[in-house]
Design a protein around this ligand. Structure first.
Ligand code: ZN
Length: 346
């Protein structure tokens, strides 16, 4: 069986829409008909080659989506044909079956344990979670990456309490999910910081009590005006070392905590005044918001489905698979918050 995929053949060049041959399923692999794919900064970085030389080209792309299970390889017990599922790069229960290898014009096409810029994908069992009840398939792509990372940073890593003063540096898809999670936890104030006016406007809709224009203001001084002693919690999702430095410096002495989520370019270095550690501040990292899909996606799904925030508007107007490049371009320029690719559009 063949399917259509938007492949990365050469970094920095347009994606190639290709007919690829789907291999026979190995134990632990699942064939999924993709309904929707999201896209995030990781794919933009892969596409541009920001992470250095790409040894895997040509390869499939995308690590967040939703779909329907068509067929399961031997030993798969978590899902069955007909199940609606969330595809996520974060590993959950089930078999780690490794990446699939497709074929295109006699050439090998690599793929990770999950890829989503394609109409059908061979996915490792442990990257699938059953679709939470009540959550539409389009909105549910947020569960593949942005929601577990952003909400998980707030609930699992930082364990935000009511009344905590929170600032989110970078209000793209992950940052907006962190803002929503902080607001739902009763954080106050909730400050969204971004140079992009579209993303600042979104921050206000998704839980920010205050926003700061990072391109104009002295961000630390502006935060001090709102919270003179410094914030309790900072979430960094820009990927810029200078912003990581700002995030830790914006926190209060004796207990302020900052978590870095942003993905920095290859070769970037973070330079920091080590006095922040003597002041009792902590700088933390996280792998996908420390989220455990089988434990957390149901509750994140309930928050997204609750109607407290207009979460469908987090996603762009749907792109066709053939326009996946445009989706990445529009994400890179900040024209859209979170691109949505709808496989039913031809
Ligand atoms: Zn992602």
């Amino acid at each position: 069986m063949k399917t259509e995929a938007a492949l990365l053949v050469q970094t920095g060049r347009p994606l190639v829409l290709a007919e690829i041959e789907i291999p026979a399923l190995k134990p632990g692999q699942v064939l999924v008909e993709i309904a929707y794919s999201g896209a995030c900064g990781t794919q933009v970085m892969e596409w541009r080659g920001d992470k250095g030389e790409d040894k895997w080209v040509p390869h499939c792309l995308g690590h967040e989506g939703t779909g329907t299970v068509l067929e399961t390889g031997s030993a798969v017990t978590k899902v069955k044909a007909g199940d609606k599922v969330v595809l996520s790069w974060i590993k959950g229960n089930g078999i780690e079956a490794g990446g699939a290898v497709y074929e295109w014009d006699g050439k090998k096409v690599n793929a990770g344990g999950v890829t989503t810029f394609q109409r059908h994908a061979v996915v490792s069992e442990n990257r699938l979670t059953l679709l939470p009840a009540g959550l539409p398939m389009d909105v549910a792509v947020l569960l593949g990456c942005a929601a577990p990372t952003g909400m998980g940073a707030i609930y699992n890593v930082l364990k935000v309490q009511p009344g905590d003063a929170v600032a989110v540096f970078g209000t793209g898809g992950i940052g907006l999910n962190a803002l929503m999670a902080a607001a739902l936890a009763g954080a106050m104030p909730v400050i969204g910081i971004d140079p992009n006016p579209t993303r600042r406007a979104l921050a206000k809709i998704y839980g920010a009590s205050h926003v700061i224009d990072a391109s104009e203001a002295d961000v630390l001084a502006e935060i001090k005006k709102i919270v003179p002693q410094g914030i309790d919690i900072a979430v960094e999702s820009s990927g810029l070392p200078a912003v990581m430095d700002q995030a830790i410096n914006a926190t209060r002495q004796q207990g302020g905590r900052a978590v870095v989520i942003g993905n920095a370019k290859q070769g970037a270095m973070l330079s920091l005044n080590p006095a922040v550690f003597n002041q009792g501040k902590s700088l933390l990292g996280t792998w996908g918001g420390d989220s455990v899909p089988d434990r957390d996606y149901g509750r994140y799904g309930r928050l997204l489905a609750s109607g407290r925030f207009p979460v469908r508007d987090l996603l762009s107007k749907p792109y066709r698979l053939a326009n996946a490049d445009q989706a990445l371009q529009d994400l890179a320029t900040g024209k859209v918050g979170r691109p949505l690719i709808d496989m039913s559009l031809r």
